[in-house]
Ligand binder design. Sequence first.
Ligand SMILES: Nc1ncnc2c1ncn2[C@@H]1O[C@H](COP(=O)(O)OP(=O)(O)OP(=O)(O)O)[C@@H](O)[C@H]1O
Length: 626
Amino acid sequence: MGKTKLKPVEDVNSEVVDEVEKAEEVEEQRNDREQEEEQKEEEATKSFEELGLDSRLIRALTKKGIEKPTLIQQSAIPYILEGKDVVARAKTGSGKTLAYLLPLLQKLFSADSVSKKKLAPSAFILVPSRELCQQVYTEVSSLIELCRVQLKAVQLTSSMSASDMRNALAGLPEILVSTPACIPKCFAAGVLEPTAVSESLSILVLDEADLLLSYGYEDNLRSVTSIIPRRCQCLLMSATTSSDVEKLKKLILHNPIVLTLTEDNDKEEAVPSNVQQFWISCSAQDKLLHILALLKLEVVQKKILIFINTIDMGFRLKLFLEKFGIKSAILNGELPQNSRLHILEQFNAGLFDYLIATDDNSQTKKQKEEAKGEANKENKKNNKRSKPKLDAEFGVVRGIDFKKVHTVINFDMPQSVTGYIHRIGRTGRAYSSGSSVSLISPDEMEGFEDIKSFLASDKNKDIDIITPFPLLTENAVESLRYRAEDVAKSVTKIAVRESRAQDLRNEIINSEKLKAHFEANPRDLDLLRHDKPLSKTAPAPHLKDIPEYLVDAKTQEASKMVKLARAAMGNTRRSGGGGGRNNKNKKRSRKGSDPLKTFNPNGSKRGAVGQKDGKDSSSTKKQKTV
Ligand SMILES: Nc1ncnc2c1ncn2[C@@H]1O[C@H](COP(=O)(O)OP(=O)(O)OP(=O)(O)O)[C@@H](O)[C@H]1O
């Protein structure tokens, strides 16, 4: 039974038109900024050749579909090739990984390092999480393979046994990718000799530097820095600034070049301008209803990454969506490592469209302590209902390159501005575009205001960079209320607890299978699916399909446009985004196909919003935008 009285269509329309106008203003500003940015980039664009990169690397990049360097790559590569220590801060998704990997590899190409195998690696790349470790290792290995050079990279994780670590290092790799915790572990196990490291190490990279200390790696880093030779080149990469980065800078670097591609005085730059940010106000209980409306009425584009703050909420959401025939997968720090990596790979490969993730920002600090405590308690058998062990090196948000995510949904709001920036940064990577929708309950409003005021441009303080989501009418949401509330009631705490335990058991079994499978077929992605239903009963047919009479005309149109846009964007997607600024026209056409930028609640004809003001829609550049 609907609790809220439905508004007359005219009221809804005028509300939507107001939203449209506000959104138009923001969009105008965004367009101007983008144009300025593009102009700046065009003026400053250098090719990879001009940056002094080796032809083998350039060929490898071409094979990956990457043709032009991003701004941070243009700035950092020449300095790194010169041998300078560099601190680089640039927004999420701006290509920082290649900014250090390309010159690092080029330096190792030199005959000296290739011919004389050393007793310890020449380069250490230290990252805060296992997921990132895997990602960087995959990237560096593929570059080595494509360049056809005799270099070897290995990755170590602190869960590896001493003998596994010894085996990994036996081939005398030039590059070691790991979390900082592994290095002291290698020293303690006699797998690496500190003196050999002092002699061999020529490059040290600290990636996602802003996180390394907060993840509790300070002691580990100190034991590494105590043996770093003075001649070793040190690189520090981060997306946000923090006192931790300053601390690391002092601890490790010598007269570094500091490259800052996000400026403090223009903080909205912290989030890429190709990400449109929206919000929806609703009560905490109504969040399930709103996410159902967003997904079921298809007014947001896939693929979609949904952030929640607790593992239980993740399962509740998955079970809830499942009842409506929406399949999703879950990613959290309680899952075995192999499963996590596999879930990421499958999501990136496009095997499923919805991923529900908890991130480090919301829980890792607290849970890390729990994780450490759990590890210490591991042998105590008395606690029958002890919580599952969490991985202290889990980190799904920071630095992870989710491929082709179009929409990020904050089902729960992150607890800090930095957390928000990193979450939103999972879309709009490199040259692609994306959007975000945050569901804000009254309790979260204060934090949301903080985020908004942080992101507000100093130049335009009054313009909200995060605007109300325009494609969901109240009528459309209310039409689903009865079903949503009914189903939400059926997802009980017990059902959530049982599903969580069951999922963990399944993934532990999967993880063993995966371990063997990955060894035999490292590239095979299709062994196990992670978006299987948790509930034993199939979704009721009447919940799976929303009948047309329940959806108002505006929402139907919005949904149709989102679908069309998706198809169009799929067909016109640029490979790797590498065409960069040469593809300006393509960029425009992508934008033209984004319904969040073209939807007009007054009717299907584009330009009607401009016409409402008596302007000729065809003559106004920004007539269309929402
Ligand atoms: N020059 C380029 N042209 C096109 N795509 C690129 C380029 N450089 C990197 N990319 C792609 O952009 C995506 C984001 O790159 P990367 O993960 O290095 O970003 P990042 O700056 O490290 O982000 P974060 O701060 O979130 O870690 C990757 O998929 C990468 O392959």
